[in-house]
Design a protein around this ligand. Structure first.
Ligand code: SF4
Length: 283
């Protein structure tokens, strides 16, 4: 996997860090099993067939590694990016050029649905930002939470809309609030390398200016056949044995605050990643 972001630390956090270092002078008893090789890794190969071609790659997962949902989203971004690139290549072969340009943040006032892992990743980014940026971002997220609450949309986003029409109506109500994403600065994304999958996938070939009034035009988007956020949401639903759900980016910090055990929970990394690839392959 060519990943545009630095890889997350996959070391097993369950190993106590206060153990004394092994002494080379202390001989192990003859029947002591050999310690696990810290460099041993599972190689997970994937081959995802999409209407725009096949995406092949492999991931190395340290044996015994555990992973939280936020880390999973972070590590899956590279695969999502490659799937978007395939959609871009397909569009360009048809002569449809991407019209998105630097300094155009028109789409950043639309609702950005995140899977729970991506919401936790975004909340981590905000929490990890250095002060005073951390304070500024926290204030912006808090303001957005208030706007959504006053508009009566918070509860409506707590469950998945029952029909596509209801989902579109909710998205339209959100857009009418004219609320910029907390990460939008001077009409540019301030977390560009870490932007969630839905933002990566939102590339258009219709005039960029149309995105400021998407309900007045037919926006032509680059086709992305496998949506990472959807697969991550399905996987989370399976892990938690509950219906899959999506969270608006502006409520990501609130979601993490209200789901603290989920933010710190760890799963065995290998089967979790293998299942994510299965879900992406079946999309
Ligand atoms: S994360 Fe970045 S690209 Fe996505 S909506 Fe916010 S500012 Fe725009």
């Amino acid at each position: 996997m060519t990943d545009p972001v630095p890889p997350a630390d996959l070391s097993d956090s369950s190993v106590p860090s206060d153990l004394p270092p092994p002494s080379s002078e202390t001989a192990a008893p003859p029947d002591t099993p050999a310690p696990p090789d810290p460099n041993a890794a599972h190689l997970i190969k994937y081959s995802i067939l999409t209407p725009h071609g096949r995406l092949n790659g492999q991931l190395a997962i340290p044996v015994g590694a555990t992973m939280g949902l936020g880390e999973l989203a972070f590590n899956a971004m590279g695969v999502g990016e490659q799937l978007v690139r395939m959609g871009v290549d397909y569009s360009e072969k048809l002569g449809r050029e991407i019209s998105c340009c630097k300094g155009c943040g028109a789409c950043c006032r639309q609702v950005v649905p995140l899977s729970p892992p991506e919401a936790l990743m975004i909340a981590d980014l905000v929490a990890g930002a250095r002060s005073p940026r951390n304070s500024i971002l926290a204030l912006r997220f808090s303001a957005a939470e208030s706007v959504l609450k006053q508009a009566g949309l918070t509860n409506r986003f707590a469950t998945t809309p029952e029909t596509d029409a209801a989902g579109m109506e909710l998205a339209r109500n959100y857009f009418l609030l004219n609320m910029a994403c907390p990460f939008l600065e001077e009409e540019s994304c301030s977390i560009h390398p870490y932007r969630p999958s839905m933002c990566r996938e939102y590339l258009v070939t219709s005039p960029a200016a149309w995105c400021a009034s998407p309900y007045a035009h037919t926006i032509e988007r680059v086709p992305v056949s496998v949506r990472l956020s959807r697969s991550l949401a399905l996987l989370t639903g399976e892990l938690l044995e509950e219906p899959p759900r999506l969270i608006p980016l502006t409520l990501a910090v609130q979601f993490a605050r209200e789901n603290k055990p989920l933010a710190t929970r760890q799963w065995e990394a290998k089967p979790m990643i293998e299942r994510l690839i299965e879900l992406m392959s079946a999309a």
